[in-house]
Design a protein around this ligand. Structure first.
Ligand code: MG
Length: 105
């Protein structure tokens, strides 16, 4: 992951793009790319172009990685912290096999 983060940093440094990467702008970019990912399934959820889906998924993740970098946080740490919360909100004995929100379990 460190190599990937450094590669993304170099990409942005070389282009002098860091000035555009405020948390607010990166949040917008994540949402826009998530929309592009969703667009791949528009009108037909079954027959999608996997190559296009993977490209849009990568775009979402690239902006997520940049957001974590700008906020100076460790990606694995924040994911694990959130997973700790999710495991408490969705105990296996209550959540297994159903898709209800934790408030309705
Ligand atoms: Mg895209």
């Amino acid at each position: 992951m460190k190599e990937t983060i450094n590669r993304i940093r170099k990409f942005n440094d070389d282009r002098d793009w860091n000035k555009f990467h405020s948390p607010a702008n990166l949040s917008k970019a994540i949402s826009i790319e998530a929309g592009e990912l969703l667009e791949e399934f528009l009108w037909d959820s079954e027959n999608y172009n996997k190559e296009n889906v993977l490209e849009e998924l990568a775009d979402v993740m690239l902006y997520c990685i940049q957001m974590a970098d700008v906020l100076d946080v460790d990606i694995e740490e924040i994911i694990n912290k959130k997973m700790d919360k999710n495991e408490k909100k969705y105990p296996v004995e209550k959540a297994k096999g159903n898709s209800k929100k934790y408030t309705q379990l």
